[in-house]
Ligand binder design. Structure first.
Ligand code: BTX
Length: 323
């Protein structure tokens, strides 16, 4: 409403300082009781408003809403995120991004949603994507690389997200090959890389990123509580999602440039610095069966090298890893 808009403008002009209830009611032209009601409404929408006797009201924080403008304001990239499709609700940002890529969307285009009704993981698994707590985003790339190199982009994305989380939340996550990002052993990020390609040429790569940012423990369904976490749970305070999106895009763009110029090696070195599974005994569940052995490292393509107990080397392209 108009009053609500005026009230928000007042708070924004006050820049975090107190405004007296009397002043608010004068400017809005309504009673003190009506002012109080508007304040209550704003609180319900997620605004944190402090009320102190004799001083009045002041705004402590705005709700953590994502909008295209929130992402744009302060975004330091040149290409990534310069075209934004923002939706309150989608089935899956991946699905929408595939469609856009098919229609010729430019490199760096992102699709972001507040809620996914059918968020996808790998191998047709589900990705829990409730409203207003996470980052559900897909990024369209058009890399001049052969299709078999696209797994490298998953690893690049993992490094970028870890760096962004470190920068914005001050937490240092671990990476578990190929696409899990963990804090204290629990998953807070999932990455899904899908490509549209001919045998020798990539048309587009869609990188889906799911980050659990502000979920509280009881907001996870029971079957995920033991294996999933959010940045807010680990840090003990909420994090601005739009700010984290900006940082992810910036780190992605920087690493992607480096990758196109110098190849995978610099990315691989960074990735290894965050990886927990390398050098350890692990179990890899692939579609063709389960192998136990030592993770010896990753190839220059990003493929996992696993040495089993007979000393046989296996190259693992896709699997679930447990330690
Ligand atoms: P994944 O196959 O590695 O992981 C999926 C598994 O992770 C599920 O089977 C479940 O056990 C667990 N899981 C599901 N939801 C969550 C969650 N929120 N937090 C932690 N664990 C969970 C990982 O697949 C790739 C996920 C990519 C998600 C993004 S979101 C934006 C884009 N759109 C879309 O539909 N998918 C991607």
């Amino acid at each position: 409403s108009d009053t609500r808009k005026k009230l928000l403008e007042l708070f924004s002009e006050a820049n975090g300082d107190f405004i007296s209830g009397q002043k608010i009611s004068d400017i809005l032209g309504c009673s003190r009781t009506a002012v109080w009601k508007h304040i209550e409404d704003l609180r319900k929408e997620g605004f944190d408003l402090e009320a102190v006797r004799r001083l009045g009201y002041r705004i402590v924080s705005t709700p953590d809403k994502i909008t295209a403008n929130e992402i744009r304001l302060g975004l330091k990239t040149e290409v990534f995120g310069q075209t934004i499709y923002f939706e309150e609700e989608v089935t899956s940002t991946q699905k929408m991004a595939h469609q856009l890529a098919h229609e010729g969307a430019k490199e760096g285009t992102i699709v972001v949603a507040e809620l996914q009704t059918a968020g996808r993981g790998r191998m047709d698994r589900k990705w829990f994507s409730p409203k207003g707590t996470g980052i559900w985003m897909s990024l369209i790339l058009r890399p001049p690389i052969p299709p078999q190199k696209t797994p490298q982009l998953t690893l690049l994305t993992a490094v970028a997200i870890v760096q962004a989380i470190q920068e914005v939340a001050g937490l240092v996550p671990d990476i578990k090959w190929p696409n899990d990002i963990l804090i204290n052993g629990k998953k807070c990020v999932g990455i899904l890389t899908e490509l549209q390609a001919d045998p020798d040429r990539v048309h587009s790569v869609t990188i889906g990123m799911g980050v659990n940012v502000n979920h509280e423990r009881d907001q996870f369904p029971e079957d995920l509580r033991g294996i999933a976490t959010s940045l807010a749970i680990e840090k003990g305070e909420k994090i601005k999602r739009a700010r984290l999106i900006q940082e992810v895009l910036l780190k992605m763009e920087t690493l992607y440039r480096q990758y196109l110029q110098h190849g995978f090696l610099p990315i691989k070195l960074l990735w290894e610095g965050y990886a927990i599974s390398i050098g350890k005994e692990i179990t890899a569940r692939t579609l063709n069966g389960t192998i136990r052995g030592f993770a010896r490292g990753i190839t220059d393509e990003g493929v996992l090298i696993l040495e089993d107990h007979d000393g046989t080397i296996h190259y693992i392209h896709s699997a679930d890893i447990s330690l």
